[in-house]
Ligand binder design. Sequence first.
Ligand SMILES: [Zn+2]
Length: 463
Amino acid sequence: MSTHIEKCGAFVLKAAACGLTALVLSTPAFAQRTQLRPGWNLFSVDQDIAVGKQNAVGAERQLPMCNAPKVDAYLTQLGMRLVAHLDTHGAQYPWEFHCVNDRAINAFALPGGYVFVNRGAIEAADNEAQLAGVMAHEISHVALRHGTNQASKAQLGQGLAGIAGGLFGGGVSGALLSQLGSFAVGGVLLRYSRTAETQADISGTQVLYDSGYDPRAMAQFFEKLEAETKGKNPPEFFSDHPSPDHRVERVDEEIQKLGGPPPNAKRDSQEFEAAKREVMNLPVIKKPVPGVQGATRGISKPAPPSSNYSSFDATGFTMKYPDNWKKYGDQNSVAFAPDGGVGNDSSGHGALAYGITVGTSQLQNANSGNALDTATQQLISGLQQSNPNMKITRQSSRVRLNNVPALSTYLTNDSPVGGQETDWIITVVRPEGLVYFVCTAPQAEYSNYDKTFGNILDSVRFK
Ligand SMILES: [Zn+2]
């Protein structure tokens, strides 16, 4: 009798254990997903919003904005769909989403929920899920308050004296707040640690999953960016968001915890394709020179170009430029200009007055026989849309650049220094797209630059 009871007890215990296991397996999404919380922070949520707002105003003033209401509306709609599935740990953020007319593949989010997405990120995404992945990553930095967490740690590193008043006064000192009040690309609010990156990846994956998107899309997009550049000239994104070790493996692990990729996961939408088409048609060259902050108004005449040259190694070619010119931007759109060669355009954005802009735009029909002519016309009409006074002064003629067939076109436009400028555009079709070189100088001084522009173009070597 007693033996029988014992067996029965053992059986009951085993059944309960089995039942428990089955229960856990059937609801992994709730039982096992990684829990994340914001780290140590000197700031309050309200201060995140105040600092973010102040920086967002600065960013909008300093960066070239897309000024494409439909694209901003699309980003806002997509962003809010993701925010609906974001754990903000009880905070209410005044979310804003803006498109930046910068072809560098990047996006950033300021504390408090001010999100900026470069057109380059939209152009580089293969589908809506990949763009949603980048945005889910960004809004996760906001919810986990990584920006002000970094700032808090940086302040601690500078010594407690500076913040003692703030700590003991029950808030952040005014000095610390005002230090963080002016927007600087790559500033302390946007320079994340690898730990913060892993957290944003995990949270972003959860947001994607809960919003019905393929949760693998974010890691796939990062992988694609890394593969395309093969570690050379990495996209701007990775300078603010350093790749943690085993990024993809960690994301895959989280997807398994969530129960695997959901069936019928959303990957693309017509709205995404329409927004992508719209940003691809935005003007590409007469944009503020990336990386230039607070460009000086009333430029003085730059020093003559040096006859010594420095080398630049782009993804698809190498070239040389005068060694007294500075390089701005990244490999998607880079400019070389002398000190004082960058001024403000009518909207207060930095604009190149003297120097050369080099970029690549995507080809619509890479294999058609007249791809070079078609793409060059598209490039020029895109420029004219945003520069109504830009006119062709010499029609495109056939030339060769490093023995590759190219087109040479001359245009005039309003110069940021006043009067007219000459823009000499050389275009060439390469595997990576339409590569363009735009040589710019005020018309009255163009002859002083002609030889330098010629030397730069002669130095181009395609890989
Ligand atoms: Zn990040």
